[in-house]
Design a protein. Sequence first.
Length: 173
Amino acid sequence: MMPYTELTHGVWYPRGGMVRIVESLMELAHQAGVEFVFNSVVERIDIDIAHARGVTLAGGSTVEADIVLANADLPYVYQHLLPPDNMNRKLLHKHFSCSVVSFFWGVDKSYPELGPHTLFLAEDYQANFESINRNLSLPDNPACTSMPRAHRSIHGTSRARYPHCHCPGRASM
């Protein structure tokens, strides 16, 4: 799927790196009156009939809000942050797949042996996928172990056709 998407639609990189997406969205949000609260533990999402109206933080203080966005896993939100309801009970019986962790690194060395997009799979990647999807268990050779046995994807933006992403002798991955 990834080669098709790249060939058909191309790959786009924001000027200034991925952080510029976050910075631009925050700038727009500030201009619209949004207030961000960081480094605070949310104890619960406060509900008024059927709508979120704010959050209660650890220690008991509350933050009122017109809109509450929860970036935690959906099961966690329903089981720990929202009051119990039918959806909470339904989610208890669901099976969930694993997620992905992405790192965006700038390194002080180039890696010419890696192409612009390099994918590393486990030697027995079919067994890896079956363990996760059919058995709902961690595979013997999970995708998060060391390369080249791992299932990892490296996208080297500095080797792509984007001059604003290139810095000789360095790489962004």
